[in-house]
Design a protein around this ligand. Structure first.
Ligand SMILES: Nc1ncnc2c1ncn2[C@@H]1O[C@H](COP(=O)(O)OP(=O)(O)OP(=O)(O)O)[C@@H](O)[C@H]1O
Ligand SMILES: [Mg+2]
Ligand SMILES: [Zn+2]
Length: 339
């Protein structure tokens, strides 16, 4: 973790990127499996890390890369899930400048030629300094079909000194032929209690005071993504002078607080008309379109049932519901059935 006073402000999400598995929260099952594999010397040739945004895919890939190449402070250590962070390999990988650890973003290198140049042509050469030559490919689902095909053979039987670490948010877009050659880990959304504890720890390290219910709001808005939660915490700390309160966080979240759609839904389903109207009014005042929001997240929300919308529209008494609307419309102002 770097010193902010020399490098300018670094956002919390980057400042607190876990350097070891001990710091990685909420992914215990994956960490256990990896530890067993390393201890039994059964390390797969390719890993596929998948999960929603900001749950630790890139972080895990970097920790594995360090673990594979760590030589320990005395220079004699073997592969470990507990990289020392101090040896030349660990330091270079952390700083993103290790010659044997290639980090590629598939989103900007989608073509087959990129894969040929960066991987296929180079795998046969041994690692220059480290034990393994490691290819980290982020957003791997963005590779073109021909790029995937070009990779298949190398992925099937890579030289012993080569390891692949893939990360993706959209596993369904990765061909099964590629998946079947990888050991797959599904990173989980972080449980609320774990997230709140993590945010508390970070806030304490930052000497920031923030109320527990404010952290609960941030956690809910983050929907299980640590990066989202850290970015919101960053913003919340900047917002409040003294202790940051839940009210401040609620105002800050405004439109970003998708959990409020659920509040509205709960009030409606619980028959709490006054509560529902108050929530609706609040969301409207914040600039939200709660009805459209509910439609996107739920679909069957009673307020947005398409046919009901039209059934209640009085502008055309003989109107028959049309099912061709691209998305549900808010009644009565936005109803397009008059057309
Ligand atoms: N499991 C975790 N434990 C602790 N911090 C985490 C975890 N996951 C993510 N973070 C925080 O979020 C930041 C981003 O994490 P990372 O880059 O690993 O996410 P990602 O899963 O690769 O996301 P994306 O899909 O957007 O690329 C990290 O720097 C760290 O601060
Ligand atoms: Mg990533
Ligand atoms: Zn090391």
């Amino acid at each position: 973790m770097s010193d902010t006073s020399h490098t300018g402000y670094q956002v919390l999400a980057r400042k607190y990127r876990p350097a070891t598995f001990a710091d990685l929260i909420g992914q215990d099952a994956m960490v256990r499996t990896l530890k067993n594999a390393f201890e039994a010397d059964r390390i797969a040739q390719a890993f596929m890390l998948t999960g929603i945004r900001g749950t630790g895919k890139t972080t895990t890939a970097r920790i594995i890369a360090k673990g594979l190449n760590c030589i320990g402070v005395d220079g004699t250590g073997g592969p470990t899930t507990d990289p020392c962070g101090l040896c030349q390999n660990c330091v270079a990988i952390t700083e993103g400048r290790h010659v044997d650890v290639m980090e590629m973003d598939a989103a900007s290198n989608t073509g087959v030629q990129n894969i040929r140049d960066a991987i296929i042509e180079t795998v046969s050469y041994r690692a220059a300094q480290a034990r393994y030559k490691i290819f980290i490919i982020d957003e791997v689902h963005m590779l073109s079909t021909s790029a995937f095909n070009a990779l298949l053979k190398t992925l099937e039987e890579p030289p012993a000194h080569v390891k692949f670490l893939f990360a993706t948010t959209e596993i369904r877009k990765v061909p099964v032929t590629v998946l079947s050659r990888c050991q797959r880990f599904d990173l989980r959304r972080i449980e609320p209690e774990v997230m709140i504890a993590h945010l508390q720890k970070v806030a304490a390290q930052e000497n920031a005071q923030i109320a527990e219910d404010a952290l609960a709001l941030i956690t809910r808005a983050a929907e299980g993504s640590v990066r989202d939660a850290m970015s919101l915490l960053d913003q919340a700390i900047a917002h409040g002078a003294g202790e940051t309160t839940a009210t401040q966080v609620r105002a800050m979240l405004g439109l970003a607080d998708r959990g409020r759609v659920l509040d509205l839904f709960e009030a409606i389903m619980g028959g709490d008309a006054a509560g529902a109207l108050a929530e609706l009014g609040g969301q409207y005042a914040d600039g939200a379109d709660p009805v459209a929001g509910a439609a996107r997240s739920g679909g069957n929300h009673p307020l947005v049932e398409r046919d009901q919308d039209h059934a209640r529209c009085r502008r055309r008494p003989h109107h028959r519901p049309r099912r061709t609307h691209a998305r549900p419309v808010a009644w009565p102002t936005a109803c397009r059935c008059v057309r």
